[in-house]
Ligand binder design. Structure first.
Ligand code: G6P
Length: 344
């Protein structure tokens, strides 16, 4: 076991550290020669997935719609069977294990309706590869920790490459810097943020645009392994209810990076601060306005949206990991959870 963990205390941390290499491999797992033709011709796409894979699908929606102009619908595998509006040209099923029953049944529904199906998976010859017309292997290598880390990042890598091949609008520089962006994040010290989170019973994770699903994934990771109730919210929705729960006991984790949502995020954070809420913000290291507002700023100095998404994802994985570690949780095998859910 110790040998397999390669000197790390848990598989989860080992897998977090594998990500610079994993994302580069995932990006290169697909080229213009191997991109399915029917995907290039698609007028609309549906993504179906569960858990972390669903969050990767939501991020894909933002990137594909803004770069390619293709409408993307993203559905939970478990809810897709209740959707009755017409299916799209293509269904992409995202599943690390390739065995999640609800995602498989969504692919099956596509097959029954003559929709072309693509599997994005980490496991060669898994069930989803047999059900789908085309498979894209994310090549993350085996993931042992129940909580997904490197497989999620690999999904982001594959989906980014899909957007790039469809739109040609992502620079080579961005693609080649993904691994480096993660390496920089791995050097960050999370101690103060961990101290703040580890004593909380409830944490809100807020973001806007593509950072909202990044926060959904961050909150899921925190719940899964630390057992702290972490809830993600679109930042603009916080005042439609959760405001009543904010207090000095309820930290907020936020992403506030320069970009289209920056000014309004700052405004939201000011409103939260006025309710006494401790704030952990992911933002630019030299952002004085943010550092005056936030109790802790975790620096992420990337300019490209995609690198911001990847960097913030890894920061939130580390925040969850070190918080769970501080609380002495059983990180690789959290109570009541399974790596792969094969019943509906
Ligand atoms: C389980 C795992 C999660 C995973 C989800 C979907 O709940 O614990 O980490 O995201 O299943 O799994 P899949 O293999 O379909 O990506």
């Amino acid at each position: 076991d110790a040998v397999q963990k390669g000197g790390f205390p848990h598989f989860m941390l080992k897998e977090i550290y594998e990500q610079p290499e994993v994302i580069n491999r995932a990006i290169h797992s697909l080229s213009s020669d191997t991109l399915p033709r029917f995907l290039c011709d698609a007028k609309s796409i549906t993504v179906v997935a569960c858990g972390s894979s669903y969050h990767a699908g939501l991020i894909f929606r933002y990137l594909a719609e803004s770069s390619c102009g293709i409408p993307v619908r993203v559905e939970l595998g478990s809810e897709f069977k209740y959707c009755s509006v017409p299916l799209t040209d293509v269904i992409i099923g995202i599943s690390q294990s390739g065995e999640t029953a609800d995602t498989l049944s969504a692919i099956h529904k596509g097959n029954c309706n003559n929709v072309q199906t693509v599997a994005v998976t980490n496991v060669l010859n898994s069930s989803i590869t047999r059900y789908s017309d085309v498979t894209i292997l994310m090549q993350a290598g085996p993931e042992i920790s129940v909580a997904a880390t490197k497989s999620f990042t690999a999904q982001l890598g594959v989906l980014l490459q899909v957007v790039n091949l469809l739109s040609g609008r992502i620079s080579d520089e961005t693609l080649s810097h993904a691994g480096v962006a993660i390496e920089k994040v791995l050097l960050l010290n999370m101690e103060d943020a961990v101290t703040l989170c580890a004593r909380a019973q409830h944490i809100f994770y807020v973001g806007r645009g593509p950072f909202y699903p990044v926060m959904m994934e961050g909150a899921l990771k925190m719940k899964e392994i630390s057992y702290i109730h972490a809830e993600s919210y679109a930042a603009g929705e916080i005042k439609h209810g959760p405001f009543s729960l904010l207090s000095s006991e309820t930290p907020v984790v936020a992403i506030c990076l320069p970009g289209p949502s920056y000014a309004v995020m700052l405004g939201n954070l000011k409103e939260m601060k006025a309710r006494g809420t401790p704030i952990v913000a992911i933002g630019y290291g030299d952002d004085t306005e943010l550092s005056e507002l936030a109790d802790i700023v975790i620096p992420l100095d990337e300019e490209q949206l995609y690198l911001q998404i990847v960097g913030a994802t890894v920061i939130l994985q580390m925040l969850s990991y070190y918080t769970a570690s501080r609380l002495g949780r059983e990180i690789d095998k959290p109570r009541n959870l399974a790596k792969s859910v094969t019943v509906e």
